[in-house]
Design a protein around this ligand. Structure first.
Ligand code: F6R
Length: 608
């Protein structure tokens, strides 16, 4: 993870870099730093913690210079403190890095033997020393950078600044994204185009293996063999406005409340309401009719969205789905039939494991489809077809609206697949489209439970563990609910298939254990009632999320019941996600945690 910026400018760059880093804080926020060159001399300011700390450091002790590099960190090697914060220095070199240098141990030993002293515990410092050693051997700065890069194994995006080189930043990419921005007599570098949006919307993306020399008026890009290559300029649509919280206390609550609108927006992108059919699939480079299975890969919340869709694809379209978390899939060497379809679900479009899975599938001759929120992301750019979720920028680290927009998109795809495969007819398709179109209205109704859920959440703030149970599409939702609670309240939680309870987890149940049961009244509701009784008999405290029929049929007098309206089955996972998110949110607020930037996490996971 980590976010990096660089500016070869014609005005003081330190404040500009802090501004750009604010837009990259979603990539990490445990320390930050900037380095500039002022009259040929390298200077830096670094601070542990969030960017405001770096800002105060710079206010107390400003940094002059019209060229500089900056970094916001998510620690991989070395604790998050000022010494481990980037930029790292080695003699005439300052360097920032996003990624992991896998061979850093052997490089470190080699450099120590050569007399280099390490001041940090990071993998990054080896790169600074490597470049410095190459410079000392008489190479020019670009030659030295290239020679050092060739020694690196692993994933990296780098920006390098050199003493006395007032018109040069060297950048390199192998894995994590890097965008070069073109200005008027200024050039910029950033982990994404959004970071550069206040400066320019003309962007060149580096490809894997590329490295570049960036000057005020131009830049040159080279490939891994050192040959000059051309990469196209693109117009970025990234907003120049910093997304703000409006009148919400947190981005997470704002994003929870945006869901009726963004779900509606996303659905209207894939559904033709007047014709009452799924639209846009005819342009895809594959036909669901020709497929005998599909493969879905994703991480975290996006993976749970994929798991929900497995039920939809299999039930509606009779299409088997293989689904994996990307960190397992990428090394599993799954055999794949040529011309199959692999779908990748991702909010950021930059998740390293998901991207690696995508590249594996490409090699296996698969069609690549991405369900992605950030249109200009690497995964979107490397896919054959993009089904964009229209959630808008999601800033809260815990995913909320991106999840329900992923579900909305996947529901449309499953209905479209069913129609192409002839497992549903036009009448059933029209009915499902009508039902899906109701989702924004039900989402608005679910939000009315905000205050009621805040009261229920008070009981959760003092517990150590919470169990979430669900069946069918509510099973992945149970796992998503547990993940949400873990992430932002730091309470240990697990999501289980309700039917699995008696195969182990029931041993955990006692009067201290809250059990959140997600169960709209449906054909298997009674099965879940049995599970609730098993919990109640052992003193477990049930929080039941259901509808009025479910509440009546459950007859759980001691349970806290959150009642949603009755709704069509296809939209229940989308709508039931909202109370689950609200429960986690309110618990975290009661506990006083940092809801939008919970400890140890980052919004975009660009390392393995
Ligand atoms: C949880 C969460 C993460 C992400 C996961 C994948 O709230 O946000 O679990 O879902 O890191 O990220 P993307 O969707 O960007 O690939």
């Amino acid at each position: 993870m980590c976010g990096i910026v660089g500016i070869v400018g014609n005005r003081p760059v330190a404040p500009l870099m802090v501004d750009a880093l604010k837009r990259l804080e979603y990539r990490g926020y445990d320390s930050a730093g900037v380095a500039t060159l002022d009259e040929g001399v390298l200077g830096r300011r670094r601070a542990e913690g969030k960017l405001v700390n770096l800002q105060s450091r710079l206010d107390e002790n400003p940094l002059a210079g019209t060229i500089g590099i900056g970094h916001t960190r998510w620690a991989t090697h070395g604790v998050p403190n000022e010494t481990n914060a980037h930029p790292h220095f080695s003699n005439d070199v300052a360097l920032v890095h996003n990624g992991i240098i896998e061979n850093f141990r052997e490089l470190r030993e080699e450099l120590i033997e050569d007399g280099y002293e390490f001041t940090s515990q990071t993998d990054t410092e080896v790169v600074a020393h490597l470049v410095s050693r190459e410079l000392n051997s008489g190479k020019s700065p670009p030659e030295a950078a290239f020679a050092a890069i060739k020694r690196l194994e692993g994933a990296f995006a780098l920006a390098i600044l050199f003493k006395n080189e007032d018109n040069l930043i060297v950048a390199a990419r192998n894995g994590p994204p890097l965008a070069i921005g073109h200005g008027e007599g200024e050039m910029y570098l950033g982990s994404d185009a959004i970071a550069l949006a206040p400066f320019t919307n003309v962007i060149t993306y580096l490809e894997d293996g590329d490295w570049a020399t960036i000057h005020r008026d131009d830049m040159q890009i080279f490939n891994e063999n050192g040959a000059r290559v051309e990469r196209a300029k693109q117009l970025s649509v990234g907003s120049t406005l910093m997304v703000d919280k409006g009148n919400h206390r947190h981005f997470m609550s704002k994003e929870i409340f945006e869901q009726p609108e963004v779900i509606g927006h996303t659905l209207s992108h894939f559904l033709d309401f007047s014709e009452q059919r799924v639209s846009g699939l005819d342009k895809a480079p594959f036909d669901f009719k020709e497929l005998d299975r599909i493969n879905i890969t994703a991480c975290g919340t996006a993976y749970y969205a994929g798991l929900v869709s497995k039920y939809w694809f299999e039930k509606l379209a009779r299409l088997p789905v293989d689904i994996d978390v990307a960190s397992e899939f990428r090394y599993r060497e799954a055999p794949m039939k040529k011309d199959g379809l692999s779908l990748f679900i991702t909010q950021s479009g930059e998740t390293a494991d998901t991207l690696a899975g995508l590249r594996y599938c490409k090699q296996q001759g698969q069609h690549i489809g991405a369900i992605v929120n950030v249109k200009e992301s690497t995964i979107a750019r490397e896919s054959d077809v993009v089904f964009q979720t229209l959630a808008g920028p999601e800033i809260g680290v815990a995913s909320t609206k991106a999840f329900t927009c992923q579900l909305s998109t996947l529901a449309c795809l499953a209905v479209g697949a069913a129609r192409q495969r002839g497992t549903i007819d036009a009448t059933r398709e029209a009915q499902l489209v009508r039902e899906l179109s109701e989702a924004p209205r039900y989402a608005s109704q679910a939000l009315k439970l905000w205050d009621e859920i805040a009261v229920i959440a008070r009981d959760l703030q003092n517990v150590d563990h919470v169990l979430y149970l669900g069946r069918d599409t509510n099973f992945p939702l149970a796992m998503e609910g547990a993940l949400k609670l873990k992430e932002i309240s730091y309470i240990h939680a697990e999501g289980y298939a309700a039917g699995e309870l008696k195969h182990g987890p029931i041993a955990l149940i006692d009067e201290t254990m809250p059990v959140v049961v997600i169960a709209p009244y449906d054909s298997i509701f009674e099965k879940t009632v049995s599970n609730m009784q098993e919990v109640a008999a052992r003193g477990g405290k049930i929080i039941l999320i259901t509808d009025q029929k479910g509440a009546n049929a459950a007859g759980m007098d001691d349970a806290k019941v959150i009642i949603l309206p009755e709704m069509p089955a296809i939209i229940t996972p989308i709508i039931y996600a909202l109370p689950v998110q609200m429960l986690a949110y309110h618990t975290a607020v009661h506990m006083g945690t940092d809801v939008d930037q919970p400890r140890n996490l980052a919004k975009s996971v660009t390392v393995e």
